[in-house]
Design a protein around this ligand. Structure first.
Ligand SMILES: NC(=O)c1ccc[n+]([C@@H]2O[C@H](COP(=O)([O-])OP(=O)(O)OC[C@H]3O[C@@H](n4cnc5c(N)ncnc54)[C@H](O)[C@@H]3O)[C@@H](O)[C@H]2O)c1
Ligand SMILES: [Zn+2]
Length: 386
């Protein structure tokens, strides 16, 4: 565990329902009160944008809707949208959507009117300065992007995903409204919540874990373990969905305080080349990577078992660690996430690409408690390809 700790959070966070009114506290501080309402077509089709539009119209606030962003966006797509939205004069970004929408919006908050480009940020994100304040309203139960200092983009020419990291992109206001996840389709709920669970477990078992990230990741993991299967099976269980929204948020806070490790490192090439949804590619790898790491993270897995499953009957550290890994495998299976990579068109012929690409994710691999050799990475990929 790291000997020093820090906690960075969005400025204000509200949870509950009917939260739109809280936009007022940020809007009234702006000299330019025109809003860029950033979303995607799936969110619009589900009418999640409507309460915001009603609010803006009622308050007489000028707004422009931008809904062209695609899931798992590339930096090229974000750049094209930046050029498009820059034709509109806005002083605040309100983003409503999953991680794809929020990540793109966070980048636009750094890039709009700046004298650097998104390519510059990929090279060196420390030059970033927030240009426009931002509001994040998540509609999936997964990425925690509303609380992270990361934005993930695909780099098409390398067929990988890349995390741009800057504290400047932390939002000014976050609204966690369960109404936005009430109709989230089961498959997206499941994949995004397993993504959030992997954030919590990876942060808890990271070399970079801190006192803050441990407490927060453990609470996030407990919310997700206790509620995911219920939320998946009973689509009307609002309390379970709300718990997942909180668990995802805590996962994001834990990422900012610590950071994910080898599950995400090996997952990025699967998303970058084969466009497997982020939560699904993490789910595929989750058990295998934790099994590989087990001997180096035994106390952490055991402590997490005691915290999340206080009634567990295990009596040794190793049996508690095994119990946690079994629970991870069980939950992925219970929510029916496909874990056979062949169905996504990935074959053994892709092995060299996957290994080379994963080994380049040093930002994440450096925090994995166990060093991964080329052979280790190969063995993990082989285990999910056979
Ligand atoms: N910034 C971070 O810290 C971070 C962390 C993890 C993942 N990510 C990134 O986030 C992206 C994935 O985000 P995601 O899993 O939230 O999914 P997403 O944003 O890609 O959305 C997936 C689909 O779900 C639809 N959708 C979202 N909410 C809905 C709702 N309530 N009802 C109906 N449809 C809805 C969207 O329209 C979209 O078609 C990836 O690019 C991933 O790399 C970022
Ligand atoms: Zn993730």
């Amino acid at each position: 565990m790291s000997t020093s700790a820090f906690l960075k959070m969005p400025n204000s966070i509200y949870a509950g329902t009917d939260l739109t009114k809280h936009l007022d506290e940020l809007i009234k501080l702006q000299t330019n009160q025109k809003v860029l309402l950033f979303t995607d077509k799936g969110i619009e089709a589900n009418h999640l944008v409507d309460p915001l539009i009603t609010y803006f119209e009622h308050e007489g606030i000028t707004y422009q809707v931008e809904d062209e962003i695609k899931p798992e966006p590339s930096y090229v797509q974000v750049d094209a949208l930046l050029q498009k939205v820059s034709q509109f004069d806005f002083g605040l970004i309100v983003a409503i959507g999953g991680g794809s929408v929020m990540d793109a919006a966070k980048l636009i908050s750094l890039l709009r009117g700046a004298d650097y480009t998104i390519q510059d940020l990929i090279q060196n994100a420390s030059i970033a300065k927030k240009q426009v304040p931002s509001v994040m309203i998540p509609t999936t139960t997964g990425t925690g992007s509303e609380a992270t200092i990361n934005a993930i983009v695909t780099i098409p020419e390398k067929q990988v995903k890349f995390g741009i990291v800057s504290g400047e992109m932390l939002p000014d206001l976050v609204l966690l409204d369960v109404n936005n996840v009430k109709k989230l389709p089961k498959s997206i709920l499941a994949a995004s919540a397993v993504d959030a669970l992997s954030h919590c477990v990876e942060c808890y078992t990271s070399k970079n874990a801190t006192i803050f990230s441990n407490d927060i990741a453990a609470i996030g993991a407990r919310y997700i373990f206790q509620n995911l299967v219920t939320a998946y099976q009973d689509e009307d269980n609002v309390a379970a969905r709300e718990a997942l929204l909180l668990g995802a948020f805590y996962g994001g806070v834990a990422i900012t305080a610590s950071g994910t490790t080898a599950v995400h490192a090996l997952s990025y090439p699967l998303g970058g080349k084969f466009h497997i949804a982020h939560g699904v590619s993490n789910a595929v790898l989750f058990k295998q990577v934790m099994t590989f790491n087990k001997d180096a993270i035994m106390p952490q897995l055991a402590n997490l078992t005691d915290f999340v499953f206080p009634d567990n009957q295990q009596d040794s550290e190793v049996s508690k660690a095994d119990f946690m890994i079994a629970k991870i495998a069980d939950i992925v299976e219970a929510v029916a996430i496909p874990t056979d990579l062949k169905q996504f068109g990935v074959t053994l012929a892709d092995l060299d690409f996957l290994i080379d690409s994963a080994l380049q994710q040093t930002r994440l691999l450096d925090h994995n408690m166990k060093v991964l050799s080329r052979e280790d990475v190969e063995n993990i990929y082989r285990s999910i390809l056979s």
